[in-house]
Design a protein around this ligand. Structure first.
Ligand SMILES: [Zn+2]
Length: 473
């Protein structure tokens, strides 16, 4: 309440600078002042941080399609309702369900010892008791694909490819190919199972799970990721001679499991039918508590929306917060949303999502119509005091809103520093303590500012140059 009063006082205070002449890209000084106040108050946010703390503590892991993900939806509905959001609801859909029941990987010979490993999402089960075979090592997926069947048939494939650590996560796309395609490529050549070096960047004995394929519950073969140090161990053993390992993976598979998107809104005023969407995903992998991936993203968008809700007046457009379901196992929530809202995508004036941990935002990309680029620059200039660098107009949006971007919805991508993100991603170590509150709050500051401006300014981010005006230049 104290904060609410402070923001109201600041917002209603007289402007010290004289009103500027308004051009298309000028921001109403009152809107700019309010955005700056939102940025300042974000730095003492409690609501966003409480949201991710509560979600990860009271629910914990939220595997897509599981009973835990269902509890997370109910939890989120109760929280968002209590926070005062409008139109809080679940938009349900069904997904194929996969979960691990048990998994173990161990060296049988020359020296029996366990390897720390985890099944990838969608892995096929091995026969009861597992499979045992000689390991054949490859340094990349392409090396596996080029190898003759005779080298692979009846063996256990091991792809020992390392992931490169980068600030923008660009090493992930390359590294993840072995995760999605090892099982199929190995099975095609008669392999018993596939092991990969974890798709991750830390030196600890933590295996990284993740989906192996995007098109269903069960993939082509049994596949597990071994931790980095265990991949090293296996490689050292192989340098000494033949190594036999045993892989035992048991799974549970169902075809129709419930999932859903949780939606909450701040209804706009005179432009209430126009939507500014900010999203995250509510599901997580099962090993950690999904704090960085993606409890943090949900805390960021909820925290940002709540700062705006605390203003004395609602912005003109509706702000829609979407907590997508079943992202990890194949972007099912994103697809369901695009399907369920296909008729009003033209009413979505801007979309953005937070799904890259809680590191500080260092750049701000957009994907606007060419004539709307002055709006991008205005927002980017406003964000610079937060350490955010203006970036290009080639934003893709992110996993859950990519489908909206491809349908022509303007998007922004606030790029987080993800240098450490893949140290924790999809491991048991993705827990609440990894969130640094100050960095998390800087994210809320960025989201609150651009979301408020998009909702209050009335700007058209799709705007293209006027062909007549361009022709008479
Ligand atoms: Zn994620």
């Amino acid at each position: 309440m104290f904060k609410r009063v402070l923001i109201a006082a600041l917002v209603s205070g007289a402007l010290s600078s004289p009103a500027l002449a308004q051009s298309a890209a000028d921001l109403d000084p009152q809107i700019e002042l309010t955005a700056k106040n939102l940025m300042r108050y974000a730095m003492s946010d409690e609501i966003g941080l409480d949201f991710v703390e509560g979600l990860t503590t009271e629910i914990g892991q939220r595997l897509a399609g599981s009973e835990a993900e269902a509890r997370a939806r109910d939890w989120a509905v109760a929280e968002l309702t209590e926070l005062g959001f409008d139109a809080v609801r679940i938009e349900p859909f069904e997904i194929p369900f996969w979960s691990r029941k048990s998994e173990s990987v161990s060296v049988v010979s020359p020296s029996p010892q366990p390897l720390i490993a985890t099944a990838l999402g969608g892995s096929a089960a091995t026969p009861e008791g597992g499979v045992t075979g000689q390991v054949v090592r490859f340094e990349s997926l392409s090396e596996l694909r080029a190898a003759p069947i005779s080298r692979i048939d009846g063996k256990i494939v091991f792809i020992d490819e390392r992931m490169i650590k980068t600030m923008d996560g660009s090493g992930y796309g390359m590294a993840v190919r072995k995760r999605s395609q090892c099982a199929q490529s190995a099975a095609d050549k008669g392999a018993l199972a596939c092991l990969i070096r974890s798709v991750g960047t830390q030196p600890h004995r933590m295996p990284h799970t993740g989906i192996m394929a995007r098109d269903g519950a069960e993939g082509a073969g049994a596949v597990a990721a071994v931790s980095g140090p265990d991949a090293d161990q296996l490689t050292r053993l192989l340098a000494r001679g033949p190594v036999t390992v045993s892989v035992d993976i048991q799974t549970e598979i169902r075809t129709n499991a419930p999932s859903g998107n949780v939606i909450a809104e701040l209804t706009g005023t005179d432009l209430a039918d126009e939507i500014v969407l900010i999203g995250c995903h509510l599901d997580s992998w099962d090993l950690g508590t999904g704090a960085l991936d993606d409890g943090a993203g949900c805390g960021i968008v909820v925290g940002a929306a709540m700062l705006i809700a605390d203003l004395p007046e609602r912005p003109r457009r509706t702000i829609r917060v979407v907590l997508y379901g079943a992202e990890e196992v194949g972007l099912f929530g994103a697809t369901a949303y695009a399907h369920q809202h296909g008729d009003d995508l033209d009413k979505h004036v801007l979309a953005s999502e937070s799904d890259f941990g809680a590191g500080p935002i260092w750049r701000f990309q957009t994907r606007f119509g060419e004539a709307a680029l002055p709006y991008a620059r205005k927002i980017q200039r406003l964000l610079m005091p937060l350490g955010v660098t203006p970036a290009d107009n080639r934003a893709t949006g992110g996993p859950d809103i990519g489908v909206l971007a491809r349908s022509g919805v303007p998007v922004v991508s606030p790029g987080q520093n993800g240098m450490d993100y893949f140290d924790y991603h999809h491991t048991p170590d993705d827990t609440f303590d990894k969130i640094k509150p100050d960095e998390f709050r800087q994210n809320i500051a960025v989201y609150a500012a651009f979301t408020y401006i998009a909702a209050e300014s009335g700007w058209d981010f799709r705007k293209q140059p006027d062909p007549v005006a361009a022709g008479t230049e």
